[in-house]
Design a protein. Structure first.
Length: 612
């Protein structure tokens, strides 16, 4: 059974003729009759939800709309017949126009439904369309200059109140044209400026009628030049009021013709010298290759150009030359991207956990879009220049493979990188198994898996410092620690290894066992060797109560010293360390003696020489 949901419009004049759209459901092809207040009217079923019809004349009031179908009748629609209202015009836009007519008018007011005539002055509008009850679109007819009334007529009467003013034609004036020149082949788009252009019927440039023109308004015309021989002359514009001339335009020689260019390819970096041949190159103002303005150009003759390409992304296109006669295109040029070439990667291996900073070297690294190491896209990368990329590896399983670099136009492979499975550190030996509790002992730890070491402990105390010269070696400095045997531990990102022990030895009070030689001159500079024990860390050495000029601790049992100057004296050698000082236990004291006199130097039994 059909059902009505809406009637549009819901009202109209008693004169009928209103186009009504009935919206609903179940219309299909089964609707046999539409009744308007019991009167059957012609109708059209557009689809299953839409019916259109024109209202019949009726007296004022509301009527019922019924749809009759075999499945039943729906009476849910209504339409209001309204008493006709005398139309009224409240405004006309535009308010003025030429006496030649043709002005498109928008007439506003009310009561326009059913309008049968629109008159402007005493003449009917050339055309009119009632768009709504409040708007009419009309075309003004030609009339003499002056102000005339605008009226709309319906069955209820004619309106008053509207007016339109016909303006006498104004002689056009031409003040300029842009551009002021173009090729003899025509086709140049120009804009002519001036006044009084409304209704223009003809336009000529340098005596040649234009190929086409459009009046943009009373002050501007857009025109396309026709073909012509080389010529110059004013622009003329003709209207019903007359013809005016002004401005000037020059038809120039033919535009450039490009027959060839060599070479036809070059790198994206630019700098390629290209020779362009053709004609019409005199007065060349611009050259582009594949749409890219060249870095430099020279017109060698009317038929030859020497150009230098600028840099550009990879692109192909024609060569374009602009000269006095216009712009010509031809030939073709392609900017070629240098394919990336990978020559190496450092380091060449790293952990599967990623995070390895690598430097990739090669060439052609311009416009890089992707980098992968052993087939695994890197976590991040930075193009340092066309020959180097800095990248950070991502996590991966154990795998090896080349480095790949992709650019906007190509990709390249090279080098080799290995993702290494995590290796736990292992300690196999230390070169110094013991040292003083004061620390400072340099210990060389050997083993494996030391790369990336983050900590070295002596017992629970971190080393005073360490460095990893190789995956198999750590050089560490012992921290201070009480006397004890402690375990050395090495920690890396993969784990901690504990291995060799280190003995912290309590410092011993030094003991001097002997000194050789046991005598020396008072002038000093005698090299003596002091033997004993506990000499490590010695801070002072005295010989017969006189500090040594300098000394060297050879090892824990030996000191090499040089005597200082002193009066004749005899006394012990003392060695001072952090634990105290100790003279010789049971050795003869060292004696400092004067140099012997001549008498004391002669051999026994030989008399002294007499003075001269």
């Amino acid at each position: 059974m059909p059902g009505i949901t809406a009637v549009v419009p819901p009202s109209g004049p008693t004169t009928g003729g209103t186009t009504v759209t009935i919206v609903g459901t179940g219309f299909g092809t089964s609707i046999s009759k539409v009744l308007f207040g019991g009167i059957s009217v012609p109708f059209t079923v557009l689809n299953g939800t839409t019916i259109t019809l024109k209202t019949p004349p009726r007296t004022p009031g509301t009527v019922q709309i019924s749809l009759v179908a075999p499945s039943g009748t729906d009476t849910g629609g209504h339409f209001d017949y309204l008493t006709p209202v005398t139309p009224a015009v409240t405004a006309v836009q535009p308010p003025t126009g030429p006496t030649t007519g043709g002005t498109q008018l928008t007439i506003t007011g009310h009561g326009f439904t059913g309008t049968t005539a629109v008159t402007i002055g005493n003449l009917p509008a050339t055309t009119f369309t009632v768009t709504t009850d409040t708007t009419i679109l009309a075309t003004a007819p030609a009339q003499a200059a002056g102000t005339v009334s605008v009226r709309a007529t319906t069955s209820a009467g004619s309106s008053t109140g509207g007016s339109f003013t016909y303006l006498a034609p104004v002689l056009p004036t031409v003040t300029g044209i842009s551009p002021s020149s173009g090729p003899t082949r025509g086709g140049a788009l120009v804009t002519i400026t001036g006044s009084g252009f409304t209704g223009a019927t003809a336009v000529a440039i340098a005596g040649v009628p234009v190929a086409s023109f459009t009046v943009l308004g009373a002050t501007a015309i857009s025109a396309v030049t026709a073909a012509s021989g080389p010529a110059s002359g004013p622009v003329t514009v003709t209207t019903s009021a007359g013809t005016a001339a002004g401005g000037a335009f020059a038809y120039l020689a033919p535009s450039p013709v490009i027959s060839a260019n060599s070479p036809s390819t070059g790198p994206i970096q630019g700098g390629t010298n290209v020779t362009v041949t053709g004609s019409g190159f005199t007065g060349t103002t611009a050259v582009s290759m594949a749409g890219v303005p060249v870095a430099d150009f020279t017109a060698l003759s009317d038929t030859t150009l020497d150009v230098v390409t600028a840099s550009s992304p990879p692109v192909s296109g024609p060569v374009a030359v602009s000269a006095q006669g216009g712009t010509g295109t031809g030939g073709g040029y392609t900017y070629l991207a240098e394919p990336p070439l990978v020559t190496g990667v450092l380091p060449s291996s790293g952990p599967t956990g990623g995070g390895t900073a690598v430097t990739i070297t090669g060439s052609g690294f311009t416009d890089v879009t992707a980098v992968a190491v052993a087939g695994v896209p890197v976590a991040s990368f930075t193009v340092l220049d066309a020959t180097a990329i800095s990248a950070l590896t991502a996590a991966s399983g154990p795998v090896s493979g080349p480095v790949s670099v992709a650019t906007a136009g190509d990709s390249g492979f090279g080098g080799q990188f290995s993702y290494l499975a995590p290796v736990l550190p292992v300690i196999t030996a230390v070169d110094a198994p013991s040292g003083p509790t004061s620390g400072g002992t340099q210990v060389v730890i050997t083993g494996s898996g030391f790369t990336g070491t983050t900590a070295v402990l002596f017992g629970d105390t971190p080393a005073d410092g360490f460095f990893v010269p190789a995956d198999t070696t750590i050089v560490a400095t012992t921290p201070a620690h009480p006397a004890a045997t402690v375990t050395i531990a090495v920690t890396t990102p993969t784990g901690t290894a504990s291995g060799a022990g280190f003995d912290y030895l309590a410092p011993l009070v030094p003991t001097v066992a002997g000194v050789a030689p046991g005598t020396g001159p008072t002038g000093g500079a005698t090299l003596v060797t002091i033997t004993g024990s506990g000499f490590t860390g010695a801070s002072a050495v005295t010989i017969a109560g006189v500090p040594a000029a300098n000394f060297t601790v050879v090892d824990d049992t030996t000191i090499s010293a040089v005597t200082a100057q002193s009066p004749p004296a005899t006394g012990p050698v003392t060695v001072t360390t952090a634990q105290g000082a100790r003279p010789p236990a049971a050795s003869s004291p060292i004696a400092r003696r004067n140099p012997r006199s001549p008498a004391s130097n002669r051999p026994p039994g030989r008399p002294a020489a007499a003075p001269c």
